[in-house]
Design a binder for this molecule. Structure first.
Ligand code: GAL
Length: 427
């Protein structure tokens, strides 16, 4: 009997040891390929800082940083698509919350649901419901982990330069077109710096929000605003007048080049998402408020056009255990407080230390105030409210319009695109 009890005990101990061996085997190791388009400046600094901390936590994991250069992911998305279609997914990849995630990767069953990860980490209570909705399907399956909230509708400038040129931040686009732009052109200053095609689409959405207002803008994505209506034709017309106030070499400039025209005093204003804050702070080491300053893009005071960078777990990822460890880290308050002060964005996790002014300077405090009090709308240029097929087609519309300035044709072409793409991205 005694011997049998001893045997039973041995079995229990052996089982327990076996279990712990299994746990040990489950500890993340091997290569982890992280795919993004963050290759320079504040963006790369933020990602590198995350990878450094993660590598200390998980020394057995070798991170492969597979970033593909090109603002707003124009090149990375093409590479990603080829890899996903070829059955060669990276372990994890950057994707915007909203339609960029849902209309393709989720709709095609290419992503693994992460609800267990959200629950284990207590994130269901820590992420805003509106953001959770953007990364979930209709059944409530959650498909990615947001690392930030960026704002699209920001106008950047240098206060001392505006003063020297005798202009102020325009309250709306009419003031910009009729007063600000001619005054600056007379002083031989580029009124608004603009870069390559995607930055023009980015500018367009700020113009649309400023002209149509929150309801009219949201209507573009939920079907309530007709693309070929007089209102939308008027947006294109205004957009054309604004392009006339910009640098002629825009197609040759990156978003960083266009931002730099402002900080160097070659241009008065630029409209860009607040990764430009990361660029001014990290790449150029400028002081917020003096080296660079900001306002909501003309006519959009009280509205925050958001987008969110997220990472997911594709079906067939080579190293799922390491991805889960990476995503658990990425969504934590700790990781978000490492990343966002360099990136120019707000933490998406509400338990992060955003009210800490040492960590998050005056730009972030201002953006946070607006994020928590403004009307929230979604960015088309960065995947929140329109599917990639629409956005790709819209880039062509913008390129065509930039050369022919035919507002009615541009609006009609976009109406067709919207009809083809079953737009359901309203927020
Ligand atoms: C956006 C992205 C930002 C930033 C920007 C410029 O699409 O959400 O995080 O990378 O492009 O490349």
């Amino acid at each position: 009997m005694k011997f049998n009890k001893f045997l039973a005990l041995l079995v229990i101990v052996a089982l327990a040891l076996g279990a712990s061996v299994v746990v040990a085997q489950d500890a993340p190791s091997g290569e982890l390929e992280i795919f993004s388009w963050w290759t320079g400046g504040g963006e790369a600094a933020g990602l590198d800082a995350l990878i450094a901390e993660f590598s200390e936590m998980y020394p057995d994991v070798t991170v492969v940083n597979a970033a593909v250069a090109g603002g707003s992911g124009v090149n990375a998305r093409a590479v990603l698509q080829t890899r996903m279609l070829g059955g060669d997914p990276p372990d994890t990849f950057q994707v915007h919350a909203g339609q960029e995630l849902n209309a393709v990767w989720v709709a095609e069953d290419k992503m693994v649901a992460l609800n267990d990860l959200f629950e284990e980490n207590g994130w269901m209570e820590q992420y805003p419901q509106g953001l959770l909705d953007l990364i979930s399907d209709a059944e409530g399956n959650i498909y990615s982990v947001p690392v930030n909230i960026h704002r699209s509708n920001v106008m950047w400038y240098v206060p001392a330069n505006l003063e020297a040129w005798g202009v102020t931040v325009p309250a709306d686009w009419d003031e910009f077109i009729n007063t600000t732009c001619p005054a600056l052109q007379a002083a031989d200053v580029v009124p608004l710096s603009v870069g390559e095609n995607w930055t023009q689409a980015h500018l367009w959405e700020s113009v649309a929000l400023g002209v149509l207002g929150v309801e009219g803008y949201n209507g573009l994505w939920n079907g309530a605003t007709a693309w070929d209506s007089d209102e939308v034709v008027a947006v294109f017309e205004k957009f054309g007048q604004i392009l006339d106030c910009s640098n002629a070499d825009r197609d040759a400039l990156s978003w960083q080049d266009a931002s730099q025209m402002v900080s160097e005093g070659a241009a008065a204003f630029n409209i860009m998402g607040d990764w430009a804050a990361g660029y001014f702070l990290v790449d150029l080491a400028l002081e917020p408020g003096t080296g660079f300053a900001w306002a909501a893009s003309p006519g959009t005071d009280g509205a925050f056009m958001m987008l969110s960078d997220t990472f997911g777990l594709p079906v067939g990822a080579p190293n799922e255990t390491a991805v889960r460890a990476w995503l658990s880290f990425l969504g934590s308050a700790e990781a978000q407080d490492i990343f966002n002060p360099l990136k120019g964005s707000l933490p998406a996790n509400t338990s992060a230390d955003i009210t800490n002014g040492e960590l998050y300077n005056a730009y972030f405090q201002d953006a946070y105030e607006d994020w928590t009090t403004n009307a929230i709308v979604g960015s088309q240029a960065h995947g929140a409210v329109a599917p990639p097929n629409f956005s790709n087609g819209f880039s062509t519309v913008i390129a065509q319009f930039a050369s022919d300035r035919d507002a009615a044709t541009a609006a009609a072409a976009t109406a067709e695109l919207a009809a083809e793409n079953m737009m359901t991205g309203g927020m």
